[in-house]
Design a binder for this molecule. Structure first.
Ligand SMILES: Cc1ncc(COP(=O)(O)O)c(C=O)c1O
Length: 444
């Protein structure tokens, strides 16, 4: 008993020392005063109104080192940077870990996983016992894809616009075990939710066991009607896996409200957690039937922790998630979603005024938030992406895949209107060049 108490008070002291999950966390030390006064000032402002308040967002921009990057990063959909406070937390834990690795990692930092689980569950609006912490969306979703018992001939429905790592995982199961992986194809943008649900419904047969759906399509940012798909699937006894890589920490929803069975996400996208962090959510009563992807002594257990036997990993990165959650909660999801959608609309509406510019994403609120695709008539996607980078130092991602051909643009909370004005200016200049060269070809 005495030994336990001593140990507990030692751990408590050690935690306060590292600041990993104590009241003296870095965020509180650095930002609390400034942010609490902003909070008071804007407590009655709606998220949509606040989305256009440059004074408020300038505080957030300053909290990110990425806001002063020499290359403008408009590919936050790929990986998002962390605010400085999160980077500093990771550095602090890393220094500590390198003093006596197994001691600080296993005995000190590892103790932070349970409070972290609670914090993630708070944001996800679910039971902490449904959350496993891991390294990315690929790991989270591959755990479910490979962990479900399926028989030869059982059918899984996904689409060509899902993420390659998940499509490959399903194809691997098809190759090895003879499950049938059916892929639909959508021509985005689509502004009719029922059309999407109906397409999934029509693909269902008596052999269908699983539907795999990407919450926000990474290629062009289309938001999929996940709850409607889940309801339709559940009426037919079919389970749904949701790839939430681009939705968690951005869209204002609680995971159980999606009514899915499984949800996997990266945390290093819109949550701005350290790079190499992810999360898996499994509905409580389904945990026991999913096999862990890696080993576990009790693989059919109903304890979500069975998915965390990852071996030695970066505890600094994992504990840094806590700081990212502090930062995120200080803004609030509703405000973040509204601001990022405002930023996307800001550049996209201006870009649409430019002759030859085409958008590949709906600007309606329910169908997109951060991501939009853009192209310029008469110019290839790779040319456009390269010119943006080489001539204007703007980093985007060029997508030529299946039925998608555009440059993907994804701002974040640290992106300023001045950045987006510069981006639109660049698009205008590039389009002008294409139009002029088009004219000169026709009129030599
Ligand atoms: C829709 C989607 N799912 C999954 C992933 C994989 O994420 P990670 O590389 O973090 O595993 C991505 C990455 O961009 C994605 O866009």
């Amino acid at each position: 008993m005495k030994h336990h108490e001593n140990r507990r008070s030692f751990v408590k002291k050690a935690l306060a020392l590292t600041g990993a999950f104590s009241a003296t966390n870095l965020f509180t030390q650095l930002h609390a005063e400034e942010w609490s006064s902003m909070q008071t000032k804007h407590q009655h402002t709606s998220p949509e109104e606040l989305a256009e308040n440059e004074d408020y967002w300038s505080h957030i921009q300053r909290a990110y080192t990425a806001s002063s990057s020499p290359v403008m990063n408009l590919n936050n959909g790929g990986v998002s940077p962390s605010p400085l406070v999160v980077q500093q937390a990771v550095e602090r834990y890393n220094l500590l870990s390198n003093q006596a690795p197994s001691y600080y990692m296993w005995r000190i930092l590892d103790q932070g996983r349970e409070p972290l689980r609670d914090k993630l569950a708070l944001l996800a609006g679910c039971d902490p016992e449904e959350i496993a912490v891991n390294r990315n969306a690929t790991e989270a979703l591959n755990t479910v894809i490979f962990g479900l018992d399926l028989q030869r001939g059982d059918e899984v429905i996904g689409c060509y616009q899902d993420y390659p790592n998940m499509m490959q995982a399903w194809s691997q199961r098809a190759d090895r075990e003879g499950i049938v992986y059916k892929q639909l194809s959508f021509d985005f943008p689509i502004e009719d939710e029922d059309l999407i649900v109906e397409k999934f419904r029509q693909a269902i047969t008596s052999k269908t066991k699983v539907i795999h759906v990407t919450h926000v399509i990474n290629w062009v940012g289309q938001i999929m009607p996940v709850r409607k798909i889940c309801r339709m699937a559940h009426e037919r006894g079919i389970e749904v896996i949701v790839d939430g890589a681009h939705s968690f920490g951005l869209l204002d929803f609680q995971i159980p409200d999606l009514e899915a069975d499984y949800f996997g996400t990266s945390l290093h996208k819109y949550l701005s957690a350290p790079i190499g962090s992810g999360m898996l959510w499994i509905k409580k009563d389904k945990i026991s039937k999913v096999w862990p992807l890696l080993c576990n002594g009790d693989p059919k257990s109903g304890d979500i922790r069975k998915f965390e036997t990852l071996g030695t990993r970066s505890f600094p990165i994992e504990q840094g998630i806590g700081e990212a959650l502090n930062f995120h909660q200080a803004i609030g999801t509703k405000r973040k979603e509204a601001r990022i959608r405002y930023l996307k609309n800001y550049w996209a509406e201006k870009a649409l005024q430019i002759h030859g510019v085409k958008l590949h994403t709906s600007l309606k609120k329910e169908f997109s938030c951060a991501i939009a695709g853009v192209s310029i008539e008469g110019m290839s996607t790779s040319q456009l992406g390269n010119t943006l980078l080489n001539d204007f130092r703007i980093h985007t991602t060029s997508i030529v895949y299946h039925n998608i051909d555009c440059v993907r643009v994804s701002p974040h909370v640290y992106t300023s209107l001045a950045d987006l004005d510069r981006f639109v200016y660049a698009l205008g200049k590039i389009a002008e060049g294409v139009n002029l060269s088009g004219l000169s070809t026709h009129n030599p």
